[in-house]
Design a protein around this ligand. Sequence first.
Ligand SMILES: Nc1ncnc2c1ncn2[C@@H]1O[C@H](COP(=O)(O)OP(=O)(O)OP(=O)(O)O)[C@@H](O)[C@H]1O
Ligand SMILES: [Mg+2]
Length: 440
Amino acid sequence: MLESLHLKNVGPAPEMKMDLAPRLNLITGDNGLGKSFLLDVAWWALTRKWPQDLNANLTSGYAARPTLAGQKATIKFEVESKTGRVNYESSYVPDEQSWLGKSGRPWNPGLVIYALADGGFAVWDPARNYWKTKGNLDIQDRVPAYVFSAKEVWDGLRVIIDDKSTPVSNGLVADWASWIREDSDDARRMASVLALLTPTSGNETLKPGAKFARLSVNDARDIPTIRMGYSQEVPILYASLGVRRITALSYMLSWAWREHLIASKQVEQAPSSRVVMLFDEIEAHLHPRWQRAVVPALLKVIQALTDDAGASVQLIAATHSPLVLASMEPLFDFNKDAWFDIDLEDRMVVLRKRPFVRLGEVGNWLTSEAFDLAEPRSLEGERAVCAAQNILNAKDPTLKSIHETDQQLREAGLPDIDPFWVRWDYFLQQANEADGHGER
Ligand SMILES: Nc1ncnc2c1ncn2[C@@H]1O[C@H](COP(=O)(O)OP(=O)(O)OP(=O)(O)O)[C@@H](O)[C@H]1O
Ligand SMILES: [Mg+2]
């Protein structure tokens, strides 16, 4: 588990500090203010590797660079590891173009899974990526982590180990097909993760189809299918972006856990009961109904996957979705969860922990500190309503200005059902009556 991060002279702000909560950590903020960057740094603190350094096919996950050259840049963090708390400060070494590492055996934070925004995934497995002991020596002769580009999640990943290109994953298409054919626990695990991650209203959970499909006479692959609500079994490669996002996530979770179980047996260790999930743009490609289901489902999915009610999961997720925040209202626990918000203030990026408040209707989240909209409306609607609010608050507005504002509201396309009309119509009527016009 990641307990804290403290960055100086690196990233978009001169300084960023996060005291993380043990269960859910949501990060909000406008485009370009550092949410993905913080997730990359969190992954690095937990695993000591930058995703891009392990797989150049990724479109993100680059090593952090100091902001101002010639000044000290530091990343300080606390990680709760299997053997206790690690408190570490790493500085950037310009000579070596890298962050100073801690010598000796690294820490074991549990299974770490990072879902990148571009569809890539990274997995750090304590049974497969942890350093090995030989006599009194700690030797890292294992793969440092598994980093998949979006394409490799589907087609498989090969990693150079001992100068040999070794397949570490066969990819979703081949693995899922073989799990289904074998009617194995893996197939059941994948199906239950898929069902958990899809909304439960109606009977719309995503289910694997009964048959495989061929895409063409030249393609020898048996492609698993997914059963859609319109009674078709769609080859998974043809499925929509949202369906593929959830299927890829279900596969990566199932693959990571399956391989962790196998490796734990091989190295004669108990499987980890701690999982850290980093998730960028957690709502990416998802319909609102799915957006509001995804975080609560992810909190449950690890227990289902590990079949261990005592398993602990820490989720650190960046989001642009008011529905994701609203979905936390019934579950938010001040002892276990936290919300971080990044703002631009006086041309400076500021990260702070916000007190989580329950706001009810999802539109209220749009106008909250999380998303900072003045009005949960179109830009034109916002301008017109803001101008009307100013008139409502003005001391003695002229009838002309009131009528102009009324016209602006109408031109902005504010619909008849907009609740603002109730207040405005009353005000307009009063103004007209005071002026002797009667009806508007
Ligand atoms: N590897 C890096 N080293 C140093 N600074 C970085 C690095 N990557 C990103 N940044 C800084 O972080 C800023 C924010 O980038 P980031 O991708 O984290 O934004 P974001 O909040 O995720 O935005 P969006 O919502 O558009 O995804 C960049 O403009 C850059 O200043
Ligand atoms: Mg981002």
